[in-house]
Design a binder for this molecule. Sequence first.
Ligand code: F6P
Length: 328
Amino acid sequence: MNEPIKTIALLTSGGDAPGMNAAIRAVVRACSYYRIDCVGVYRGYQGLIEGDYEPLTARHVSNLINKGGTSLKSARSNEFRTVEGRAKAYEELKKAGINALVVIGGDGTFTGALKFNEEHGFPVVGIPGTIDNDIFGTDYTIGYDTALNTVVSAIDKIRDTASSHNRLFFIEVMGRDAGFIALNSGIGAGAEEILIPEENLGLDRLVESLNKSRDKGKTSSIVVVSEGDKIGKNVFELAEHIENNFEDYDIRVSVLGHMQRGGSPSCFDRVLASRLGVAAVEAILDKKSNIMVGVTNNIVTQTSLSDAIKMNNEINKELLKVAEITSV
Ligand code: F6P
């Protein structure tokens, strides 16, 4: 498609993340600044198929930068996974005179955008928004910093009660396939052990480590477990296994769950979202497609959507060492 860009559509898809609203605001205002129209699509790809659109002007996004969640709503659309669903979405976009699409989300969102572009040649640009920070091509995804701070503050509170009762706590944090939240919040909250999907330390190593902690006189401990941990047991089974090995331990499990996805975005996430929102609109005006905008070494970069999906961010080995050293 090589028509002049007059109208951009914008949607959020997949798991919501704090800062998505700040990104929506930035896209809408960048459109206004560059004198093009912006249309908000509700409920992600499902709204795209159903033509659930609303024109958005700079004033529509007033007082939005500080709000958690996504004002455009989010959904995981099964229909968009089908060729027919994507064809319907294309027809709706054409009918509404839209020339390009900005999608805010994670891996699944980008996979859908890429397929859509392959089939219909429709220009698409992605903005990484997920608390998991698991997107290749950006040092940070929108929402990750806020989620980390939420998790650290929750663990701080659990630590108070853990230490009052001499208890061992297993705390499950989000991260279906990636341990970034667990590793960084674990270090930030001073956890004794951190279990992440990227490193299978095994149960014996966990038992050994807890033994060491006890021998060194620790009376309470925090084990942060990423929900995607590959040790082969869920957090409750893990706790049970440890309970069977340490009969004198008083063990509790806390699953932080979806509270990690909510709340007002941190300043870091608001600035990141603002930069990426502007960069996405500028990329479209530059006739770029099938790319994701991100930030690498504090510079705004572009990565092909296929790389963003296919490749993985590596866990920083230095952080693993720091976690080990600081938990002695
Ligand atoms: O947003 C990513 C994520 O938080 C994952 O860490 C988690 O596994 C998933 O979303 C859960 O999402 P939902 O409950 O919305 O399916």
